[in-house]
Design a binder for this molecule. Structure first.
Ligand code: PDG
Length: 320
């Protein structure tokens, strides 16, 4: 049995059940300010500056096996992102939280990718002060999304370190604000395609690793974890992994991680809500370590998924 089967067997069963479901929201449910609707029917007004200028903040928690995982961590980070951009969620926190839970319950989706977005709205900052803009809130719940799918997690993915593009510097776009200005990531994904794979890690352009298109990176070297300190989103998955490391007695550092360390490490993981702890076993066409999913990655992978059943980190949604 592959190490991943321990958790993915149940997932596959639930996914098969979801595919049989007659619930009109089984493919996803959205809220854009009025009634709930199937996600594929939801639209954004053309003049919303979230669309026109990517003037927005967002966050993504997940639901696993009917349990919300670290929802409040995501809501708190979302509020910090909004505050930095002088955006205000038009609904109070309690209503936001309630809707996010209610939407999961209504959809019947047991393993969900959940998105909250606040946009500047229809007024543009050149003519209006932030407090004169009516910010808009968009919510959606869809079936769980895998940055690296479960099948590939058994063997580990192939990635590149992007050469043609660097991560946008913190002085241009604050990466601790979860944002959808994906220009650098999109370029890196195109480069990855050209170089025969689907995953790209970006540098800070100044000899250190930053993060990838939708994930943080964690390296293992001599039994110790290293993850970049600057120019990255402060990931909730990264936090979960470091907490798991504490419990397993694995030392870690959030520090500057030179690019060279990626070519010299024993194990490599990409970590995100949308996929969890995802092993990377090939980098720029060369093996990472011995080219297999290593013991530290496997231990953290298991501990990460175990946290999804820990009442300190998760709670059950009541589907009635
Ligand atoms: N860094 C970036 C730039 C991210 O977008 C994400 C999450 C992370 C790090 C990890 O953060 P956390 O552990 O809190 O989830 N990005 C996923 C990727 C989705 C995709 O489409 O690739 C998200 O926004 O859901």
């Amino acid at each position: 049995m592959a190490y991943t089967d321990y958790i993915f067997e149940g997932y596959r069963k639930r996914l098969a059940e979801l595919r049989e479901s007659t619930n009109p929201f089984a493919d996803g449910i959205a809220w854009t300010g009025g009634d709930y609707m199937p996600v594929h029917e939801a639209t954004v007004p053309l003049l919303d500056n979230g669309f026109m200028k990517s003037d927005l903040a967002y966050d993504v928690p997940a639901v696993w096996d009917g349990r919300y995982f670290r929802l409040d961590d995501h809501i708190e980070r979302f509020e910090r992102s909004c505050a930095k951009l002088r955006l205000t969620c038009p609904i109070p926190r309690e209503e936001l939280r309630h809707r996010l839970i209610e939407m999961v319950a209504r959809s019947g989706i047991r393993d969900a990718y959940v998105m909250m977005i606040v946009t500047r709205g229809l007024r543009y900052l050149r003519q209006y002060a932030p407090e004169e803009c009516e910010n808009r809130c968009y919510l959606m719940v869809t079936p769980f999304l895998w940055v690296i799918d479960e099948e590939l997690q058994k063997t580990g993915a192939s990635a590149i370190i992007a050469r043609d593009v660097r991560r946008v510097p913190p002085g241009a776009m604050d990466p601790t604000v979860k944002n959808l200005q994906w220009g650098d990531f999109t370029r890196a994904l195109l480069e990855a395609r050209d170089r025969g794979c689907s995953y790209a890690l970006l540098t800070d352009g100044d000899r250190n690793l930053a993060e990838g298109s939708g994930f943080n990176v964690v390296l293992v070297k001599d039994g110790r974890l290293f993850t970049p300190a600057r120019g990255v989103l402060e990931g909730v998955t990264r936090k979960s992994v470091l907490l798991a490391a504490d419990r397993l007695g694995i030392p870690w550092e959030i520090t500057d991680v030179p690019v060279s360390a990626a070519y010299d490490c024993d194990e490599m993981m990409f970590v995100t809500t949308a996929g969890g702890v995802m092993p990377v076993t090939t980098l720029d066409g060369e093996k990472v370590g011995d080219g297999s999913v290593g013991p530290v990655t496997q231990a953290l992978w298991k501990a990460y998924w175990d946290q999804h059943y820990d009442p300190e980190a998760s709670f059950a949604v009541s589907y009635e």
